[in-house]
Ligand binder design. Structure first.
Ligand code: COA
Length: 338
């Protein structure tokens, strides 16, 4: 049997394409400050080694019972205030995280509910590249007319998924949340995203066992493991060309940037990328990792929030942001600073 369409003669109605920009940014750093001295004994390391190899002086760990949802709500409140909108005006909430401890449902609907929003709400998993992936999705949603205001949250409680005895990760990972509001705008405020993945290196950063193995072999709580040198080489050599492509796609050169805000993986990676990109010596570069640690999906919005709050970077200026990590995944774009 052949079925035929009814023959709708017109064109489907769609929304006119518009522009998108970041209208608000917010961050939440848990109160509990954890200096290197609290970490190093169990991994036979030292404060000097950690500072020299990672740039980390201290990090924040969430308090007991302080959840991914709590931290997200705290980060979102100032972002909404800066954007000048109420939670009820949000059309979507996208949460980038790898440390929400439920397979389902996502954290996003609970965050939306706590904020007082009934918007579409979902999580994405792209690890340390998650925030830039979510900004890309939010931008496309706003540009296509699917949404007028989208909340993007990058949030992690990595202290739950980090082994305090793992020499390669115990000093790196930390907790926190960053939030951005992406809204419809008169002019372009978010450049094209350059993104991709290399699944051949899927095991370079990964949960140590699948949930099925954890259950069937009674393995206890899994942690995130990392092949440090593999990740280091990939990030240093692979990510500067991606950042350069994002600038080319936006039609921007290094002299026109007002800030470089890469994922806060490791200060040596940040410095190596800045060198390879030939960034001007006086360009503000995010080094939030020193006092915040590596907060994966939260690190870029947290770093931007600090630089904006301290008046280090100008509202209306251009920031190059790039996220990279487990997958291995990456995403970069040039954005107008809110
Ligand atoms: N404290 C003290 N010494 C340590 C150590 C620690 N935590 N971890 C490793 N070492 C020692 C090793 O025993 C080894 O000693 P040896 O030369 O006497 O044998 C030496 O340091 C080098 O070990 P290696 O494992 O090769 O470390 P590294 O130089 O690669 O440094 C990292 C480890 C994790 C700091 C580094 O690989 C790195 O920064 N990787 C990228 C991590 C990152 O940014 N991840 C986030 C991505 S999102």
């Amino acid at each position: 049997m052949t079925v035929t369409p009814k023959g709708f003669a017109g064109e489907l109605r769609t929304s006119p394409v518009s522009h998108a920009t970041i209208t608000g940014i917010g961050g939440y750093r848990p109160k509990r400050v954890v200096p290197n001295s609290e970490i190093v004994e169990r991994i036979d390391s030292s404060d000097e080694w950690v500072r020299e190899r990672s740039g980390i002086i201290e990090r924040r760990f969430a308090g007991e019972g302080e959840s991914v949802v709590d931290m997200s709500v705290f980060a979102t409140e100032p972002a909404l205030a800066m954007a000048g909108i109420e939670a009820g005006q949000l059309d979507a909430v996208i949460v980038a995280t790898v440390s929400w401890p439920y397979q389902t449902p996502a954290a996003a609907p609970m965050i939306a509910e706590r904020l007082g929003s009934k918007a579409a709400a979902f999580d994405i998993s792209a690890a340390c590249a998650g925030y830039c992936h979510a900004v890309s999705l939010a931008t496309d949603m706003v540009r296509a007319g699917t949404a007028q205001h989208v909340l993007v949250v990058g949030v992690e409680r990595l202290s739950d998924f980090t082994s305090p005895d793992d020499r390669g990760t115990a000093f790196i990972f930390a907790d926190g949340a960053g939030a951005a509001v992406v809204s419809r705008s008169e002019s372009p405020g978010i450049g094209p995203t350059v993104w991709g993945s290399d699944g051949a290196q899927w095991e370079a950063i990964s949960q140590t066992e699948s949930w099925i193995d954890v259950h069937e072999k009674n393995l206890g709580w899994p942690h995130i493991g990392m092949a440090g040198q593999t990740v280091f080489r990939w990030a240093v050599w692979g990510m500067a060309p991606v950042a350069r492509k994002a600038m080319d796609a936006a039609g921007v050169t290094v002299d026109q940037l007002d800030a470089f805000i890469p994922h806060q993986a490791n200060v040596r990676i940040v410095d190596a990328m800045a060198k390879q990109l030939g960034l001007p010596a006086d360009l503000p570069i995010a080094r939030d990792i020193a006092y915040t640690g590596n907060t994966s999906a939260a690190s870029i919005p947290l770093a931007m929030e600090r630089m904006v709050r301290h008046g280090e970077i100008p509202s209306g200026g251009l920031a190059l942001q790039i996220g990279f990590g487990a997958g291995l995944s990456y995403a970069a774009q040039v954005v107008v600073i809110p």
